[in-house]
Design a protein around this ligand. Structure first.
Ligand code: AMP
Length: 195
């Protein structure tokens, strides 16, 4: 997809895209982990790329990354501005569609972390993984598996392998971090691998 020209301030460190829920009704453990991840990523020198909202886990991660002095880039479709309460204390880009949002999030990031979320998060990460399956990208994907949130998704993927729909090797397309600290360690390891 060709994207319209958008002005984004240069950043010479690594960028992590966080996919996570926008729900304000999520269990506090999930919101806390998003908050902790935002701060820890900022402290480790990563720019946080995310969906631009001020709600749910998204808002928690963006606010804490910003408070910790990190760079944050929010990417929001115009029609969701009020619904997802655009968090514009940080750099934000307003795009016209969900497709543009995802494409820009992918393009601006070196690695992806998937925190607990709803159907929107699922949509985003299934596309991300399906693109990896098609060799359209090879960027690291780390599931932040707080309280085992993603176990049922992993079970579905194993079922797909067992039924011959997906090669077993594809189960290596992502890694799992059970804590924020593990997620940061895995992110840092991706830098060491590419250095
Ligand atoms: P949810 O996990 O349902 O709380 O949604 C998390 C985020 O995913 C929200 O910011 C949604 O706007 C976003 N989202 C949902 N569907 C899409 C899509 N097709 N493309 C891009 N973002 C999406």
């Amino acid at each position: 997809m060709s994207l319209p020209e958008v002005a984004i301030a240069p950043f010479d460190g690594p960028s992590v895209c966080l996919f996570c829920g926008a729900s304000d009704a999520a269990h506090r453990d999930y919101v806390q982990s998003a908050h902790d991840f935002g701060a820890a990523a900022a402290e480790a020198g990563w720019r946080l790329v995310y969906g631009g909202g001020g709600v749910g886990l998204m808002g928690a991660a963006a606010r804490s990354a910003h408070a910790a002095g990190g760079r944050v880039l929010g990417i929001m479709p115009g029609f969701l501005r009020s619904r997802e309460r655009l968090f514009d204390d940080v750099e934000t880009v307003v795009v016209t569609s969900m497709h543009e949002r995802k494409q820009l999030m992918y393009d601006q990031s070196d690695a992806f972390v998937v925190a607990p979320g709803g159907v929107g998060t699922l949509e985003e990460i299934v596309e991300l993984l399906s693109w990896k399956r098609l060799d359209l990208h090879a960027k690291p994907v780390i599931f932040l598996n707080v309280n085992g949130f993603w176990e049922t998704f992993f079970a579905l993927m194993r079922h797909s392998v067992e039924e011959g729909m997906t090669p077993a090797s594809f189960l290596d397309a992502w890694t799992v971090a059970n804590t924020v600290e593990e997620a940061i360690d895995q992110l840092q390891a991706t830098i060491r691998r590419t250095a």
